[in-house]
Design a protein around this ligand. Structure first.
Ligand code: PLP
Length: 388
């Protein structure tokens, strides 16, 4: 296979070799069911408890507040639907305009079912308008759902303040922290988030494993009703291999957190600076400071993001664009539209997202390739032809 330069770590991450190693016995000799009465199953239960403690430690939570799920999407759905079911008299949801579809599309579907949904806007730099959030609160507001960090721009929301606002009004606060966990410190002993979603495959664990953190005392109905697993909060035989893998990944994430703030941030800043210096008509989307250390979303005026991606792909470079091909037309991302990024720039946005496994050489290579690609595309672009 040709060499891949993977700078798309907000899409998914490589499973860490240590994680794979920790999981392997659970596909072979340790196949017991954690709910079984016998010692063989009991050993697996013990392994799951250890993993639970590691995840709890990463979040500053208690082990009994950790519920294992199948993915970030399930965790987000379980949080919002669980609160609504537990509080049937409350029919209003507050969320934001820039949530991941795991929250955004769910809320849109709930609106079709008759719930009332307020989507709080963001500024040009992607920051949440807290005044609108406060003004949106109603006596029948069941839940506020606001992400910890945005998957496209990396912009961080002021979750501590949102939690204070929610609690002052007796409202449950859910935060989708799928992109934040492992990249910025999270201490739920200090930040009053009631429900938090994380996803294993964003932090070097495999796909198909997630967590819903449920603060002690939060009223929540289960989404998956079945056996008594996870203390009756999520039915279904535990995915022991992936849970153990996630435990290992949580442990590694703690040791790598400092690197996020230093080495990864430095690489990201270098990448950004070099591209901005050598490419005219481009800019970074999102607040320059209040942002994940690994993420850079850059808009290149007058070019299609997809065309840039294809040319990067030819060189083995994996990144993402901010637009999705919907029904034959290229729709710019709802996040960039909510931020008011001009149409011509939103179409040409590329997200680079780094991990601890990237190297300075890779970053240098990407930074060297991008300006030439953009120049070549602009030479043939209908947008730039019109400008002439
Ligand atoms: N929330 C955010 C912010 C994400 O970035 C993602 C995945 O990209 C999800 C939720 C969904 O996570 P999963 O892929 O585990 O369902």
């Amino acid at each position: 296979m040709r060499k891949v330069i993977y700078v798309d770590n907000n899409a998914t991450t490589m499973v860490a070799p240590e994680v794979l190693g920790a999981m392997q016995p659970f596909f072979a000799e340790r196949y017991g069911n954690a709910s079984s009465m016998h010692t063989f199953g009991g050993q697996v239960k013990h392994d799951l408890d250890e993993a639970r403690a590691k995840v709890a430690h990463l979040l500053g939570a208690a082990p009994e507040e950790i519920v294992f799920t199948s993915c970030g999407t399930e965790s987000d759905n379980a949080a919002i639907l669980g609160v609504l079911r537990a509080n049937p008299d409350k029919r209003h949801i507050i969320t934001t305009r820039v949530e991941h579809p795991a929250v955004h599309s769910l809320c849109q579907s709930l609106a079709q079912e008759g719930y009332e949904v307020t989507e709080v806007p963001v500024t040009r730099q992607g920051e949440l308008d807290l005044d609108v959030l406060v003004d949106s609160i109603r006596p029948d507001t069941a839940i506020i759902s606001a992400m910890w960090a945005n998957n496209e721009t990396g912009v961080l929301f002021p979750v501590e303040k949102i939690a204070e606002i929610a609690h002052a009004n007796g409202i449950v606060f859910h935060s989708d922290a799928v992109q934040a966990v492992g990249k910025v410190p999270i201490n739920l002993a200090e930040v009053g988030v009631d429900l938090l979603a994380l996803s294993g495959h964003k932090l070097h664990a495999p796909k198909g494993i997630g967590v819903l953190y449920v603060r002690r005392g939060t009223k929540l109905a289960p989404l998956l009703i079945g056996g008594h697993q996870e203390h009756g909060r999520r039915g279904g035989t535990e995915n022991s291999a992936s849970i153990v893998g996630l435990g290992k990944a949580a442990e590694l994430a703690e040791t790598h957190l400092a690197k996020q703030q230093t080495r990864i941030k430095q690489m990201r800043d270098t990448l950004e600076r070099r591209i901005l210096e050598s490419t005219p008509d481009c800019f970074v989307n999102g607040h320059p400071e209040h942002r994940l250390p690994n993420t850079s979303n850059i808009s290149f005026e007058y070019v299609e993001g997809e065309a840039i991606l294809l040319m990067l792909d030819e060189l083995g470079i994996c990144a993402s664009s901010g637009s999705a091909c919907a029904s034959g037309s290229l729709e710019p991302s709802h996040v960039l539209r909510a931020m008011g990024v001009p149409f011509t720039a939103a179409h040409g946005s590329i997200r680079f997202s780094l991990s601890v496994y990237n190297t300075d050489e890779e970053v240098k290579y990407v930074a060297e390739q991008v300006p030439g690609i953009v120049k070549r595309l602009r030479e043939i672009s209908p947008f730039t032809q019109k400008q002439k």
